[in-house]
Write a protein that binds this ligand. Sequence first.
Ligand SMILES: O=C(O)c1ccc(O)c(O)c1
Ligand SMILES: [Mg+2]
Length: 628
Amino acid sequence: MRTGIATVCLSGTLKEKMQACAIAGFDGIEIFEQDLVTSPLSPEDVRAMAADLGLGLDLYQPFRDFDGVTAELLKANLRRAEAKFKLMSRLGMDTILVCSNVATATIDDDELRASQLAQLAALAGEHGVKVAYEALAWGKHVNDYEHAHRLVEMVDHPNLGTCLDSFHILSRDWDTAPIEDFNADKIFFVQVADAPKLSMDVLSWSRHYRVFPGEGQFELAKFMGHVVRAGYTGPVSLEVFNDVFRQSDVERTAVDAMRSLIWLEEQSAKWLESTSAEAAAGSVPASRRRYPMELATLPKVSEPAGFNFAEVKADDTARLEKLLGQLGFGFEGRHRTKDVQLWTMGQARVIINEQAASHSEPAIAALGFDVDSPVIASARAQQLKAPVVQRRVQADEEVFQGICAPDSTEIFLCQGSPDGTAAWTHEFGEGLEHPGSGNRAVIDHVNLAQPWQHFDEAVLFYTSALALEPQPFAEVPSPSGLVRSQVMQTTDGAVRLVLNLAPAQQASAQQAQSARKSYQEHIAFAVDDLVATARSARDRGLEFLQIPANYYEDLDARFDLEPGFLATLKELNLLYDRDADGEFLHFYTATVGSVFFEMVERRGNYGGYGAPNAPVRHAVQYDHLHRN
Ligand SMILES: O=C(O)c1ccc(O)c(O)c1
Ligand SMILES: [Mg+2]
């Protein structure tokens, strides 16, 4: 698959964008007119620079408001087009994108449109240029890709084809299956963009909220599958208008973009395989049909089987130790060579890193996941451009495969074991009898704070590298703003990550210096009997997050709880939720540095996180932060 990206996706000057695209490994780019017009580089400079960088200049765009106009306007439009064709010859480019008319079209007549497009194609032919006609979702008369394709077929000129842009097609919910029957020679270009499903006017949605494939909710593998089956072999190019990406670090965004295409390529191959197997079921055995477009695949991984460990950092290590002890964790000792401690409760393993926490580091420094094959999982992540974590290891210590997540949490791919134990724990606590409390517990979920400019990147990272499935996101009200919360989990719920986009902080001078510190992160542990766990923790002096009395009144109103049970919840600062599948009890500890813990009990098949209680938690924590 030939990969591409439009310069409009990125921040910086044309030169910076081109360099970042080359570093990220793109085959080619689309030059957005604005980027050229505002550049000090001459067209010849751009052409030479692209050649030096090994970047193809695959598409010049956009050319607007050409078709369906009066004879007078057509003349002016053809003149305007010819100027661009001449410019393209200096750039060494051969394909231009022409958008369906959104502004100046006054005549809604396919015969007229076809004759005007035919004149454009003839002129383009004289300049060796190919015109890719694209139906914008908000085009005045042409806003459906099949309509654009029909016009191209009517004109039937070798210099006129269509551009398929997934956004314009999927935002309108058009069926993508008819693409398969398109004549591949008439598809000149393919643009891909994903987007969250939003209800707003489609132009605003398109210009501000597009994201890279895998970061939104469109069925892009299916779209691409149809394109591949049509026999298309040209560039597959990202065209993502996004307010955040346009102001983020250019090289980093280009890598995120490249990751999305590598992932999409694999997903498209999978979609093709699964749908051709379906079609062939019962008749000929499913053979892998070959298509003219070669689709690369990645090392295959299945979902992680569980959390292997979580590693936390805080300035006040002693307070962290105290908190874990009060929760019922046992101290398993220090590492033989590193400044870390191991605490366990059942199969929940927490490492306290005693190195001073820097303000730019996340409170949850590392997470270990149980996978079938750490080497294969690591190879996959690296092919998806995940940076590798370098950690010192001694000769006799377990070597972990580590990769770095976008929020700089280190992700370790660990060998899972059938009984849930971990071999590396022997490196801790020489001479110590293992004093773990014997209570059953596992890491239930981990809540990670995401810097606002890397949220979408994180969703794609965990989807593509770790095979977690993004759930529809929620917005949780908190005193400092709405917190966007996105659950990423395995099908069986054994691994659940909650990504939180913290609202911009109204930072005091001190907080501004340590912006990261105001993002809190937490680890939740599941136990069998939450009330008993809470009572023991209280007896050991645990500092619970104090829940306001109003909460319990509201709880009673909503659920009509048995009075004794309600009194127990209130007495122990427990939170409660119930849905059709089961019940959920949980409590939170006070925060140390920027990390806190949660204890949960899931009853029945409750699969959520106590979302209705999240605003209470945020409000109480806010109160604490601003009181101290
Ligand atoms: O928003 C636009 O105007 C616009 C321009 C060019 C494109 O290829 C496109 O998809 C949208
Ligand atoms: Mg487009």
